[in-house]
Write a protein of this length. Structure first.
Length: 224
């Protein structure tokens, strides 16, 4: 059975990916946690994720500011791939791109192998093709695809001023996406959110990619 993958979408640690962690996984501000967050609003040991048979269960560890899953505050919650966990100023998503795509496909009765997002074969293998035209049947999109072709790669040999300017642009886009994730609410009874689950999860993946790009520009030596 695979471990737990957590990606930080927003906050001081945005862009970080914690891959295939073996439960129990603890998250908090203090050293010694499986995931240590640089967030003063996060408790020293904020919450833990443990496995119960084939399910992942989140437990809030009596944190000061609480834990939200998909916008709702909770003490105990079964987690699924694609769920959003909000603590302090930090926002995280559970699962790999493939796990989230498989959940979306299963919810809409589509072939799990028909991914809603795919990775390209570029050198760094980090660019995503987010073609909304590849959505599962039954998911309607009333606007053109967000990205119709391969997005541009990261620029190189930037001056400090250029890097700062690009960071401002990316931070603006990421901030707008974060506001969207804050106000949206998931209806777990039918697996939808306000925008429809497919576009919603693709926007989350785009936000994750942008966060990674910001971290790469600001911290070129950071290998996380």
């Amino acid at each position: 059975m695979t471990g737990v993958t957590i990606k930080v979408l927003h906050g001081a640690d945005r862009g970080k990916v914690f891959q295939v962690l073996d439960p129990p996984v603890t998250v908090g501000r203090e050293e010694g946690n499986s995931i240590q967050l640089n967030d003063e609003r996060v408790s020293r040991c904020h919450f833990k994720i443990q496995r119960d048979n084939d399910r992942l269960v989140l437990t809030d560890l009596d944190s000061t500011n609480g834990t939200k899953v998909n916008g709702s505050e909770c003490q105990l919650k079964i987690l699924r791939h694609g769920d959003l966990i909000a603590v302090g100023r930090s926002l995280m998503v559970v699962g790999t791109d493939e796990q989230i795509a498989a959940r979306i496909a299963a919810m809409h009765g589509a072939d799990p192998n028909s991914q809603t997002l795919t990775q390209d074969t570029s050198e760094d293998n980090q660019s995503f093709l987010l073609g909304l035209e590849a959505m599962p049947a039954g998911v309607s999109v009333g606007y053109p695809p967000l990205i119709a072709s391969q997005p541009p790669g990261m620029p190189d040999r930037m001056s400090p001023g250029q890097a700062a300017q690009l960071c401002e642009i990316l931070e603006y886009v990421e901030g707008r996406l974060h506001r969207l994730t804050e106000v949206a609410r998931m209806d777990e009874s039918n697996g939808t959110v306000t925008l429809g689950l497919g576009p919603w999860q693709q926007l989350i993946q785009l936000q994750s990619r942008l966060g990674g790009m910001i971290r790469k520009i600001a911290n070129p030596s950071d290998e996380d």
